[in-house]
Design a protein around this ligand. Structure first.
Ligand code: NAP
Length: 200
């Protein structure tokens, strides 16, 4: 039987690839916000993105599944990779509320750079009533709350995660240049990247 989830973290991202920074961020936020579960949701077709450098949804979902397997509080959803068209956060939260129950309190977690653009998101006016938003930032990144859509200011939290000094862009670049990515990603993800010849 599914355990009762009162507070659900929804970790949204492209995860191209997932790295230790994402995992540390999710764990720190789970602990601070007392979340019952953090569900990682790799985007299928990320909105606002040129898809050239992006590994296939299936590879990104597999790496996310492998990386989250050892944390009892973490799980991974294929909801966005199975849905046709753009991966809109609005659609994802609405679908997850149907699965977990309308009363579940949702916390959508993603990078602060992405949250800074929230005013351009699909059905933005409906988002504040559906979830709270947690912007995870890299050290030194300043999210100007004044620039955030006023309706979000009360329901948006900013949290600095030092481990987010690691970035997916840097990992892809290192793989391309033949440099080590050991300890930047879980070992199982490192092996998966090489086995499937990703980011070459
Ligand atoms: P992105 O441009 O790939 O990432 C923006 C920044 O945030 C990068 O520095 C990235 O670092 C970081 N980041 C991404 N996901 C993160 C996470 N879960 N935790 C911590 N840092 C994270 O952003 P994106 O992946 O396209 O979008 C992020 C989320 O917002 C996705 O779930 C996406 O579907 C959603 N979104 C929705 C809409 C919409 O509904 N219209 C529009 C845009 C985005 P790394 O590269 O190291 O991950």
């Amino acid at each position: 039987m599914r355990k009762k989830i009162v507070k659900l973290g929804i970790m949204g991202g492209t995860f191209n690839p997932i790295h230790q920074g994402h995992l540390v961020a999710a764990e720190i936020i789970r602990d601070e916000f007392k979340l019952n579960e953090v569900l990682f949701v790799p985007s299928g077709k990320p909105p606002h993105k040129d898809n050239n450098e992006i590994a296939s949804p299936r590879h990104r979902w597999m790496m996310t599944l492998l990386a989250t397997a050892t944390n009892d509080y973490f799980s991974t959803s294929s909801i966005e990779i199975e849905r046709k068209g753009e991966s809109y956060t609005y659609d994802t939260i609405v679908s997850l509320k149907k699965i977990y129950g309308e009363e579940v309190e949702c916390y959508f977690i993603t990078g602060a750079d992405a949250i800074a653009q929230i005013s351009t998101w699909h059905k933005v006016e409906n988002l504040p009533s559906l979830a709270k938003f947690i912007a995870a930032s890299r050290p030194g990144y300043k999210l100007d709350m004044e620039k955030i859509e006023p309706s979000f200011r009360k329901s948006t939290y900013l949290i600095e995660i030092p481990a987010l000094a690691i970035s997916s862009t840097e990992i892809r670049k290192r793989v391309k240049e033949g440099k080590t990515i050991k300890y930047l990603v879980p070992e199982v993800v490192e092996k998966y990247i090489y086995k499937n010849n990703l980011y070459r």
